[in-house]
Structures are given as C-alpha cells and as structure tokens.
Write a protein that binds this ligand. Structure first.
Ligand SMILES: [Zn+2]
Length: 245
C-alpha cells in the first residue's frame, strides 16, 4: 500500500518487524497496518481456520453470553431517540447472541456473518431473526434501501483490508439519528504488553489494521461520523459509540 488509509499521508515508519510480518505506522495520524496487506484470497483461508475454533465454542457459556448481550443492548438504547420499531444490525454476528438479545428487547434484529458454521448455528438456535451469510458489501447490494438505528460491530474492523469502503457502507445504512457501536483492539493502550508478541490481539495476518483512539476518530470524521461516547477499557481495546455529525 502506498499511503495511509486513514489520512492519505505517504510517509510511514516501521513499527514492528519479525520473521514473517512488518507493521508500519503512519507519521501523520499514527495508524498502524500490516505491510503488505494480505490479498482477498488469503483472507478467506485465514477465516476458515479461525472460525472452526470459534464455532465449537458457541455451545459453552451461552447463558453468560446472552446476559452480556442483553445488558449491552439495553445500554445502547439510551443513545437513540426512538423507543419502538428499532432496527438493529450486528455486523460479524458470530453465533447470533447479540442479535437474539436485541430481538428479546423488542428490536427488529439482523445479523451479517461471513462464516457458514456460525450462520447455521445462529439460524438453528435463534430462528426468529434474519441472518445474512456474506460480508457487508454483499448485504448492501442485496438490501440497498435498508437503514438501521443501531449498528453493532465488535472486533471486526481489525480484520479488514479496505477500511474506507467499509465505513462508507456503515454510513450509508445508518439512519440519520442512529448510532454505531464499534470495538477494536487498541495498539497504543497503556496496558498493551510492551513486547507485541505477548499481546493476544497481535495476530497478523488475521488482524491487519491496528487502531488507536486518534486514528479511529480521524477515520470516522472523514465520513462525517462523530464519536459521542467512549467506554473505559481495562483491556487494551477501544469501545466507542458514533453517530452522524
Ligand atoms: Zn495516517
């Protein structure tokens, strides 16, 4: 990649280097990415491996996951003006827990997920929701006029190759008064292990984009999305709520 995806700056320096991967840091905004970025074909292979492990873990601690999802869903409702007919979307919906929790709170809930095993699990266990198998781009092509009041997107953006087209799509499907909840690892968090190799979120090429508070808010601002709430994170992660300016 020739330039920073966040600020278009063309100068960057090596942030971390090991045998098989190099992370570079933009001199202007501090955004960090794997250089070179993986190809689309490689990404598919990575996902297949990652998800086989994830899917088998869905069968444990379901109650705990569901309770956490319900609490989050209730919390997010405070940031929108509507209190009925709320349209909820989870991008990267995994086993469908968050989608089901939103439905139980009375929302019309949809999940998007690229992993067929997770989609199968979600459809079998939480059949009253809509689950779409594919990425956000293919969902949008199939449902160009759908808008959402709450978009939930947890631990997804660090996996992407093209962050600009993803955020542009979020902006398009986010209702004028809606909110987007985003989480991603924070590479500049004070509690991130100094030795990058000891950090569980450092996993190239699976995670290829590494944000901090500055680069993420700059990225969102470019699309006229403003952060309205930052949750304190004790683990090295960013949790924010953003909406249209
Ligand atoms: Zn930059």
């Amino acid at each position: 990649m020739e330039k920073c995806q966040v600020c278009d700056c063309k100068t960057f320096t090596t942030f971390n280097k090991n045998e098989d991967s190099v992370l570079v840091e933009c001199s202007e905004c501090g955004f960090i990415w794997l250089n070179p970025l993986p190809e689309h074909e490689d990404i598919k292979k990575i996902y297949n491996n990652a998800y086989q492990n994830a899917s088998s873990s869905y069968y444990t601690k379901v109650e705990k996951k569901m309770n956490r999802s319900k609490r989050r869903s209730k919390f997010l409702e405070k940031y929108i003006k509507k209190n009925s007919n709320i349209k909820f979307l989870d991008i990267g919906s995994n086993g469908g827990f968050m989608v089901e929790a939103a439905r139980l709170r009375g929302h019309k809930a949809t999940g998007i997920e690229i992993d067929p095993y997770s989609i199968k699990y979600a459809r079998e266990h939480y059949a009253k929701n809509t689950f779409f198998e594919g990425d956000l781009e293919s969902y949008y092509k199939n449902n160009p006029q759908k808008k959402f009041d709450i978009i939930y997107c947890s631990e997804v953006i660090e996996h992407l190759i093209d962050i600009n087209s993803f955020i542009l799509l979020i902006k398009k499907i986010l209702d004028t008064n809606g909110i987007v909840f985003l989480t991603t690892p924070d590479i500049k968090h004070w509690r991130r292990p100094k030795d990058l190799k000891l950090w569980d979120a450092y996993c190239p090429p699976d995670h290829c984009l590494y944000f901090d508070n500055n680069s993420l808010s700059r990225l969102l601002l470019k699309f006229n999305l403003k952060i309205i709430k930052r949750m304190i994170a004790f683990k090295p992660g960013i949790k924010i709520i953003a909406k249209h300016i």
